[in-house]
Design a protein. Structure first.
Length: 267
């Protein structure tokens, strides 16, 4: 298994969702590479749709920008029409893969056990899984946020070794903030991230939580990113809509690279 993922890096990852054809994706990647020519002080990744992975990969080669996918099947191959496996993603140059995104959990009824299988399949091929967790609005309003985050983290990480756990990234994505323009407050993000770290310590072993990169996702844009990244707990972002424009994604990556004192002073 690859262990090349750096220790708790700050990371700005773009989730393009079902946007951009293969040529459009390559053009967006080239624009981004141009803007990021002076490498920012954070890791940067883009997760195009499956159909654009092969066209985006050459644009990113040698740039230090990581290529990721948005989903993976848990089996390596077999009769699974429409699915894509971890070895297939690796063969196209992917280093990361999103698992457990709310659009799968809530849109396709993906359960915790399935997320856990996908996470293990990714690790088995040396991919860095970005494990998404997050509560719905109803769960938050019912005071169940902690219960949901703990349950999702527990299902994903139970029985995982510390070495494997450290080869993952967590994305806290409150469902009510995704694509709604309603961003979580820095305090809400801080609280959720701290809870996830404490949960990893309990499930995997002491000292795990503080070493895992935890991203915030949900309506991040160049106007609200700095306030979120000023929080010690927030190691970067998983960006949807704002990652589809190279300039706005670049601004978020610049904010994710700034020293925290500078970000706090700008609040
Ligand atoms: P938006 O940034 O468009 O709210 O999407 C967030 C997200 O789902 C990233 O995975």
């Amino acid at each position: 298994m690859s262990r090349s993922w750096p220790r708790r890096p700050r990371l700005c990852a773009g989730n393009w969702k079902m946007h951009r054809t293969a040529p459009e994706g390559a053009a967006l990647a080239r624009e981004l590479v141009e803007l990021l020519r002076a490498r920012p002080g954070c890791e940067v990744a883009v997760c195009p749709p499956f159909t654009a992975l092969e066209s985006v990969a050459p644009a990113l080669r040698g740039t230090g920008i990581w290529l990721g996918a948005q989903n993976v099947h848990w089996e390596r191959q077999g009769p699974f029409t429409g699915e894509v496996s971890a070895p297939m993603l690796v063969s196209l140059g992917c280093r990361l893969v999103i698992v457990g995104h709310s659009e799968w959990r809530h849109g396709m009824n993906e359960d915790d056990a399935t997320v856990a299988r996908k996470l293990r399949a990714a690790l088995g091929e040396g991919l860095t899984p970005i494990v998404c967790v997050g509560e719905t609005l109803g769960e938050r309003e019912a005071g169940r946020t902690a219960e949901v985050l703990v349950r999702q983290a527990q299902a994903a990480y139970s029985d995982l070794s510390q070495a494997d756990s450290l080869a993952t990234v967590v994305a806290y994505e409150p469902v009510w903030a995704i694509g709604t323009g309603k961003v979580a407050s820095p305090e809400q993000a801080r609280e959720a991230h701290a809870l996830i770290r404490a949960t990893l310590d309990r499930i995997v072993g002491a000292g795990t939580g503080e070493r895992v990169t935890i991203l915030y996702g949900g309506s991040v844009n160049p106007g609200n990113a700095a306030a979120l990244f000023a929080e010690e707990e927030v190691d970067g972002a998983l960006v949807g809509g704002a990652s589809l424009e190279a300039a706005s994604f670049w601004k978020i990556a610049v904010a994710a690279s700034a020293p925290r004192e500078q970000l706090r002073a700008g609040r």
